[in-house]
Design a protein around this ligand. Structure first.
Ligand SMILES: Nc1ncnc2c1ncn2[C@@H]1O[C@H](COP(=O)(O)OP(=O)(O)OP(=O)(O)O)[C@@H](O)[C@H]1O
Ligand SMILES: [Mg+2]
Length: 357
């Protein structure tokens, strides 16, 4: 299975009230769908989009569910304009995407909100109705993310899929200003285990990276962002020599920014080293292998994803596997490092902490 949500006619009655309100409201109209994991957000987005297309409206979908992305690529937020009826959001090509770089939004609230806002703004004069699908993270700091998204996006309608009032505390402050529909989670909605969710993601990664090619891109041909390794300026030869002798390292790359050093190194001897990582941060080169990177254009949108196979520090190139065309490679202004490692068969090799690279 590559996607959980599909078009269905098994639609509980309360969905039709929301549809009828959407139909009759002044356009353009922004709708945000909220609910816990497996509450039926994407199924509802699919239903609404199809029905609204049938009524002749121009529909935009902003898929901000980085955890279970329907519109590829994964680990991004995507805007799409379905033109005809569809069974599954997964069939739709993205029009623009914004790079988040992880499948877990927790450390990436800035990216989540910036991306959703930019794409909603982009869609505003191109669609009558914008439907924003979201992640199922609604408790703890996930509730803050949802609140900030609403504050930033300023939707006209919020549709909350609830089992037992789990969204009330997030939405109560907005009820006076925004039309909020509280709908019941469909009783037969299926739950998916962590393992099943991971398998579905694996199929999507694999699908996205099929037909990929390797490109070698020079450090100086693009901006390298999303990592402290390439911030500031490169360390000088005598600084490198000093650090190598002091800590018995082979330094592959070093930079300093605002008085702090970031070093990519290998240990030459096994010995204890007492180093304040706030001043001198050091990592092994393997940490970057198979890292997901965003290929960013001059408007800050994500042209596509790459898997960073290796960084060749000697020749100052990045070896990147990506399905994007040679023509699009020329439009890359920035290579932005993400925080998840994935191989070309779709297997997720782990999330990285935001501050770890
Ligand atoms: N109205 C419905 N009719 C039939 N099946 C439904 C309905 N709503 C949800 N389901 C089923 O419940 C499951 C979860 O739905 P869906 O993927 O839409 O939830 P979600 O809230 O988008 O989940 P996630 O948190 O992963 O994004 C799916 O298998 C879907 O087919
Ligand atoms: Mg979903």
């Amino acid at each position: 299975m590559i996607s959980k949500a599909y078009y269905t006619t098994e639609i509980p009655e309360d969905r039709f009230e929301a549809l009828s309100c959407i139909k009759d409201s002044q356009k353009p109209l922004k709708i945000i769908l909220l609910g816990g994991v497996d509450s039926g957000k994407t199924t509802l987005a699919t239903f609404l989009a199809n029905e609204l297309l049938n009524l002749g409206f121009k529909v935009a979908i902003v898929d901000s569910d980085v955890g279970q992305k329907s519109i590829l690529p994964p680990a991004t937020i995507s805007l799409a304009f379905p033109e005809t009826n569809f069974n599954n959001l997964y069939e739709i090509k993205p029009y623009k995407s914004y790079f988040v770089g992880s499948t877990a939004p927790i450390q990436f609230f800035g990216e989540m909100i910036t991306g959703t806002k930019l794409l909603c703004d982009y869609a505003e004069d191109k669609a009558d109705i914008i439907i924003v699908d979201t992640t199922g993270l609604i408790s703890g700091s996930g509730a803050d993310l949802k609140r900030m998204k609403i504050e930033m996006i300023k939707p006209d309608i919020i549709i909350a899929l609830e089992k037992r009032n789990e969204l009330k505390s997030i939405l109560k402050p907005f009820e006076n200003k925004i039309r909020v529909f509280y709908l019941k989670v469909y009783e037969n909605a299926k739950s998916f285990s962590r393992e099943e969710r991971k398998e579905i993601r694996a199929e999507k990664w694999k699908e996205y990276f099929k037909n990929s090619k390797i490109y070698n891109i020079g450090f100086n041909d693009v901006v390298i962002g999303g990592t402290k390794v390439f911030q500031g300026e490169k360390i000088l030869e005598d600084e490198k020599y000093l650090l190598e002798s002091l800590f018995k390292w082979k330094i592959l790359y070093g930079s300093k920014c605002d008085g702090r050093y970031t070093i990519v190194k290998r240990d030459l001897v096994n010995m204890p080293r007492q180093i304040d990582k706030n001043i001198l941060y050091y990592i092994e080169p393997e940490r970057f292998n198979n890292l997901i990177v965003g290929l960013i254009d001059e408007d800050s949108f994500c042209i596509g994803l790459g898997i960073l196979k290796t960084i060749d520090f000697e020749n100052e190139t990045l070896e990147i596997l990506t399905p994007i065309s040679e023509e699009d490679i020329k439009n890359i202004r920035e290579i932005r490092f993400g925080r998840i490692r994935v191989d070309e068969n779709g297997e997720e090799l782990g999330l990285l902490d935001r501050d770890s690279i």
